[in-house]
Ligand binder design. Structure first.
Ligand SMILES: *[C@@H]1O[C@H](CO)[C@@H](O)[C@H](O)[C@H]1NC(C)=O
Length: 117
């Protein structure tokens, strides 16, 4: 019983190691994923051997799209969003031309507190 648990744990750990070596990671320039409207946010695709052919995609309540399609500016494996809006709330990930995807991050954008409304 105990041996089985140890084996399962080892299997789990090796699968984690294997999957992290060849995969792109989506990295945020911020330690959390909750923003106020107006913040600038950069999302980067980080890979061991450069990140050729990858782009940042997202799924918001409106539609599926990629960086540069009406939001964000793509350069150097990063997608820079100068001014994030509440409507930019959604799930973001890196995807290769072949359709391979990184793990995803949920970004949540809340409106500014309006003092003079
Ligand atoms: C995008 O989001 C919608 C609504 O949450 C969901 O039904 C759909 O499967 C998502 N698409 C992808 C590719 O994640």
């Amino acid at each position: 019983m105990k041996m089985k648990m140890i084996l399962l744990r080892l299997l789990f750990l090796t699968s984690l190691l294997c999957s992290s070596t060849n995969q792109v990671r989506l990295v945020l320039d911020s330690s959390n994923s909750q923003f106020f409207e107006g913040t600038s946010v950069t999302l980067s695709c980080e890979e061991h051997d450069g990140s050729e052919g990858w782009t940042v995609r997202r799924n918001t309540t409106k539609r599926l799209s990629k960086c540069g399609e009406g939001w964000g500016k793509w350069s150097d494996s990063s997608c820079a969003i100068e001014f994030i809006f509440v409507q930019d709330t959604g799930v973001y990930w890196c995807e290769s031309r072949e359709g391979a995807a990184s793990s995803s991050i949920q970004l949540t954008v809340s409106g500014k507190i309006r003092l003079w409304s």
